[in-house]
Design a protein around this ligand. Structure first.
Ligand SMILES: Cc1ncc(COP(=O)(O)O)c(C=O)c1O
Length: 369
């Protein structure tokens, strides 16, 4: 199976290790093992034999994941290797050569490169800055057809930081229903809405053919646990489990244990994360107020924003030179098909964020192309 190289991953693997101020991260300063043990007096894990564990995930973990939804049974949940494993299992279980898919960009490259590699015909819809990075429903209505099998989007969105309002989500469901289309909503940032209810409605809760993927990495600040999940109706879940048996066996018993503890204490984790997010937004706002060389729509949720810079330089050249001159790493728009933009992760360490933004301002005053 041929597949395009994963441009964001390639970029980050090459440049993040040498950055002094790394502003590429999509995570909220991750938690430590000590942080997790502060929620766990039992220390049960020390007496646990490291077997494969419960093959499809422990009941404790599935119950904790189920609590994130309003309308899901444990039979609808598949525990996976991160959201990256979750998305891949959905594509493998659903798509065949010749299927028509709509992927809304900018997005995680998985959302179009894996369907393409499976022989699907992928139509790409683009979120636009003038729509506050929200989907254009008129355009979507024109793009879908009776041949469309799957619509894919991310909510909240990486990289733009937009959040699809629940009433717009309902309208997207209506469009999909009329055409009998599955929807995959990558909800790895769900629970991180800055305004109103932190949790948007999940697509799996409001649509019979809605598939939600999520994970411990962003909302719960535990990317090192490598636990994700899929919520989908039972007949699709059965197909997903068949594929899972070929590439997963089980999640690590350690990951399962710590993920259960974290989800059972999600309110405490969420409180800490929102402090970091709000602080990041304030720093970003202050910087934007005094920075004439960029435009940026402030985030409604998630951990990233897109910065449009007013200089005529290719984004990769800008990012390479910025890193060389100042040690600041940003993600060039070119790596996610959005030339002219930079992706900024604003939930990183406060000093890293402040210093990195100052370096970007200095660079934009006198850019070396
Ligand atoms: C939209 C999106 N989906 C999936 C993933 C993969 O996340 P995980 O660490 O859960 O595998 C990422 C990681 O950045 C992401 O941004």
């Amino acid at each position: 199976m041929k597949i395009d190289s994963f441009k964001i991953e390639d970029w980050m693997n090459k440049y993040c290790p040498i950055a002094k101020y790394d502003l590429t991260s999509t995570c909220i300063a991750p938690l430590s093992v000590n942080n997790l043990f502060s929620f766990d007096n039992s220390r049960e894990i020390f007496n646990t034999n490291l077997t494969y564990g419960e093959i499809q995930g422990s009941e404790r973990l599935k119950k904790a994941i189920q609590s994130l939804y309003t309308n899901q049974k444990q039979e609808n949940i598949t525990v996976t290797h991160g959201a990256i494993g979750a998305n891949q299992l959905v594509f493998l279980s659903l798509l065949e050569k010749g299927d028509e898919v709509i992927s809304i960009l900018p997005a995680y490259q998985q959302h179009y490169s894996i369907p393409e590699s499976l022989g699907a015909k992928v139509k790409k819809g683009f979120l636009k800055e003038e729509n506050n990075w929200l989907p254009d429903l008129k355009e979507l209505e024109k793009t879908v057809s009776k041949k469309t099998k799957l619509l894919i989007f991310t909510n909240p969105n990486n990289p733009t930081g937009s959040v699809i309002p629940d009433n717009m989500l309902e309208k997207i469901v209506e469009i999909a229903k009329e055409n009998n289309i599955w929807i995959l909503s990558d909800e790895v940032y769900r629970g991180l809405n800055l305004y109103g209810n932190p949790y948007s409605k999940s697509i799996a809760d409001i649509y019979d053919k809605g598939i939600s993927t999520g994970s411990m990495s962003k909302t719960y600040s535990l990317p090192g646990l490598r636990v994700g999940w899929i919520a989908a109706r039972e007949d699709l879940t059965d197909r997903i489990i068949t594929h899972r048996e070929y590439n997963t066996i089980s999640m690590s018993i350690l990951d399962d244990y710590f993920s259960s503890i974290a989800l059972e204490n999600k309110n405490a984790i969420s409180k800490r994360n929102f402090e970091i997010m709000r602080n990041g937004v304030n720093i970003l706002k202050n910087w934007l107020n005094s920075e004439p060389n960029v435009n940026c729509i402030l985030p409604q949720g998630g951990t990233t924003v897109l910065i449009r810079y007013k200089k005529n330089i290719p984004s990769k050249t800008l990012c390479e030179n910025l890193l060389k001159q100042t040690g600041t790493a940003l993600l060039p728009g070119k790596t996610f098909d959005m030339e002219g933009y930079l992706r900024l992760g604003y939930c990183v360490n406060e000093n890293v964020l402040k210093n990195g933004l100052l370096c970007l301002s200095d660079y934009l005053l006198n850019p070396m192309s």
